[in-house]
Design a protein around this ligand. Structure first.
Ligand code: FAD
Length: 117
């Protein structure tokens, strides 16, 4: 089947939004289990992302730059840096990772207490 650059870009935008929003909600002080979960997530993501060339390139970056999971800031900074590597490769402007702060807001409000779930 022919490549459709519009659909590929749309999927990319939606995915980056999801990934950055996900790490923006990662705990400041993650447990070992939180850390392992995030690391495993990105490895599975690299196996399953539907654009094959993108996924292959992403897996290469994962090998060179393993997921940083020690804190929310570490994870957000790591993902921002990886996205910038993709931006460079596609000749897109890079993002200032020091300004990522509250850029990705999930709009979910405060999490409900466990008991209210
Ligand atoms: P996107 O790169 O999709 O970014 C969306 C928005 O995120 C930007 O408008 C900006 O507000 C913000 N942003 C930009 N940089 C950062 C950053 N560093 N950190 C945080 N926020 C940022 N396409 C290909 O053609 N070839 C590939 O190999 C390829 N690999 C990809 C790998 C992955 C894992 C993903 C998720 C996507 C990949 N894509 C690839 C798609 C590509 O990265 C873009 O998503 C797509 O081209 C649309 O680009 P865009 O200009 O709308 O901005």
């Amino acid at each position: 089947k022919l490549e459709n650059a519009t659909l590929k870009a749309e999927l990319g935008r939606a995915t980056w939004k999801f990934l950055h929003t996900m790490v923006a909600r990662f705990p400041d002080k993650p447990t070992d289990s939180d850390r392992k979960t995030l690391e495993t997530f990105f490895h599975l993501f690299g196996r399953l992302y539907p654009c094959g060339d993108c996924a292959r390139h992403f897996r290469g970056m994962l090998t060179k730059y393993p997921p940083q999971t020690s804190s929310r800031n570490a994870a957000a900074g790591w993902l921002c840096a990886l996205h910038n590597m993709v931006n460079k490769r596609l000749e897109k402007p890079t993002f200032d990772c020091t300004k990522i702060g509250d850029f990705y807001d999930c709009g979910c409000g405060d999490d409900k207490k466990e008991a209210d779930k």
